[in-house]
Structures are given as structure tokens and as C-alpha cells.
Design a protein around this ligand. Structure first.
Ligand code: OAD
Length: 243
């Protein structure tokens, strides 16, 4: 793959780098993306299941969707794309990996500074009081899992219409604003506020790179947009860094 000289220079000289990842980076690990055409749940849109309203009206359906995804995610492993980002982190004094993914694969691969702005699917919390819930979730045995306070237990992820974790969100925008080089990887760049991060970086003079299988609404704003698999392109960038 041919990369532009400007990108190679930034890659080698930058001190401040920020990355935004989405479901596409985990696709090569076997985690289905949200807006793909395949899969058991493709007849539901994420906007219909990942909401407070959906949980209130049909908690069983929402839990089934999360348990199904949890099951998939418990069986997968990080791929070459995740590992390339672990390598990249070592080259920069200021490196922030912002992920919309709840699968925890960046941390499992070994990335150190990870902001999980949409939460983590392995954790639960109370829908009412917000306290973490450590117990088992078993829909077969006793219906809805309940917190000690009597509230229903839910996955500890961010749903549409909810605020993102405040600290992670402000750290993510800070990192985007100071980045000299910003990568948007495997995200459809449709869901805000995460989708605003690459544009924030661009506005603050970062060189913006997009890596995705297909064009997105972000593509026209990227300094360099490459269409291909994250697990194939990211290791090539690491090779350049190592030279
Ligand atoms: P999407 O499913 O919307 O987009 C995944 C993107 O990854 C698509 O643009 C694909 O073309 C691309 N892609 C697939 N395989 C790839 C590969 N091997 N290499 C590179 N790109 C690849 O997922 P997100 O953008 O992550 O939020 O979705 C954003 C948010 O919407 C999610 O965090 C979730 C969802 O609803 C909440 O649940 C709040």
C-alpha cells in the first residue's frame, strides 16, 4: 500500500496522536458490526434496541440481544488491527485510543490508554440507582435480574439518548483537540458525539486519516482515506514506524 509522504512524515514526527475506533476494527475478530447486513439481529436497528425506551418496554428482548453479543464477545480474540495499535502506542508520548466498542478487545490486546466512551459489555449496573451489579444474569431461571434496591439490572453501556461517561468524553475531546495526527478506524461515523471527534481534530489542524471498508460521511473531510481492512492496513503503518 502506498501512503502519502505527508502521512509518513507525521507518523514519524508527531508526538500527539489520537485514534477513534468503531465496530469495524473488531469485525476481523468475528464480532458483527452494527450496521452490517448479516446476522440474527440485522432485522433490528441498534437505535431500536440500545435505548432506555426499548429496555422499559421490552427488557427481555434488550437483555437477549446483549447476552447474545456477550456470548459472541466472550469467544473472540483481538486481531492484527488491535495489536498494531498496541505497537503504535509505544512510539508516542501522548497517545489516546478512543473506542466506541464495548467488547474490551483493545485492553485485552494490551493497549494502555483506552477511553471506552460507550461503556463495557461485560459490566452491569442498576437501571434505577446506577450501582454496579456483580451477580449472574440468567433470564431462564428467574426473569429480570434485580438490584438490592429493587431496580432492574441493565448492561453498563451507553444507550442512544444517554450521556456518555463525563470524564471519558472530555478526555476524548481534549485528546482530539491536541492531536497532530488522528485516525478514524472502522466506524460508520454516524453516531454522535463520537462522530464529532475526528472533525474536532481536523479543526485543530490534525492530519486526519480514515481507514474503513467503505466511504463514510467523514471521508470527504479526511486528508487521507483508505478503503481496506484495519487488520491489514494498521500493521503496515507500524512497519513504517519501525523503519
Ligand atoms: P457500524 O456498524 O455503524 O460501522 C462499522 C464500520 O466498520 C462500517 O463503516 C464498515 O464499513 C467498517 N468495517 C467493517 N469491517 C471493517 C474492517 N475489517 N476494517 C475496517 N473497517 C471495517 O459501527 P460503529 O461505527 O462502531 O453505539 O457504530 C457506532 C455506534 O453505533 C456503536 O458504538 C453503537 C452503535 O449503535 C451504541 O450502542 C451507543
Amino acid at each position: 500500500m502506498e501512503f502519502p509522504e505527508v502521512l509518513i512524515e507525521r507518523l514519524k514526527k508527531a508526538k500527539k496522536v489520537a485514534i477513534l475506533t468503531g465496530a469495524g476494527i473488531s469485525a476481523e475478530s468475528g464480532v458483527p458490526t452494527f450496521r452490517g447486513k448479516e446476522g440474527l439481529w440485522s432485522k433490528f436497528r441498534p437505535e431500536e434496541l440500545a435505548t432506555v425506551e426499548a429496555f422499559m418496554s421490552n427488557p427481555k428482548l434488550v437483555w437477549e440481544w446483549y447476552l447474545h453479543r456477550r456470548e459472541i464477545m466472550s469467544k473472540v480474540a483481538p486481531n492484527a488491527g488491535h495489536y498494531a495499535l498496541v505497537e503504535m502506542e509505544k512510539f508516542y508520548p501522548d497517545f489516546t485510543l478512543i473506542t466506541q466498542n464495548v467488547d474490551g478487545l483493545h485492553r485485552r490486546a494490551g493497549s494502555q490508554k483506552v477511553l471506552e466512551v460507550h461503556g463495557n459489555i461485560t459490566k452491569n449496573k442498576c437501571f434505577e440507582c446506577g450501582e454496579p451489579f456483580e451477580g449472574e444474569i440468567n433470564l431462564e431461571s428467574g426473569g429480570m435480574p434485580l438490584c438490592e434496591c429493587g431496580g432492574r439490572v441493565r448492561p453498563d453501556v451507553v444507550w442512544f439518548g444517554e450521556m456518555l461517561p463525563e470524564r471519558a468524553l472530555s478526555d476524548a475531546f481534549d485528546a482530539s483537540s491536541r492531536a497532530e495526527l488522528f485516525f478514524s478506524i472502522g466506524t460508520s461515523a454516524l453516531v454522535h458525539p463520537a462522530a464529532a471527534m475526528p472533525l474536532t481534530a481536523r479543526r485543530h489542524q490534525a492530519y486526519l486519516v480514515e481507514i474503513n471498508l467503505e466511504p463514510t460521511p467523514l471521508t470527504e473531510y479526511a486528508d487521507f482515506a483508505v478503503q481496506g481492512k484495519a487488520g491489514e492496513i494498521l500493521p503496515q503503518l507500524v512497519e513504517i514506524l519501525k523503519k
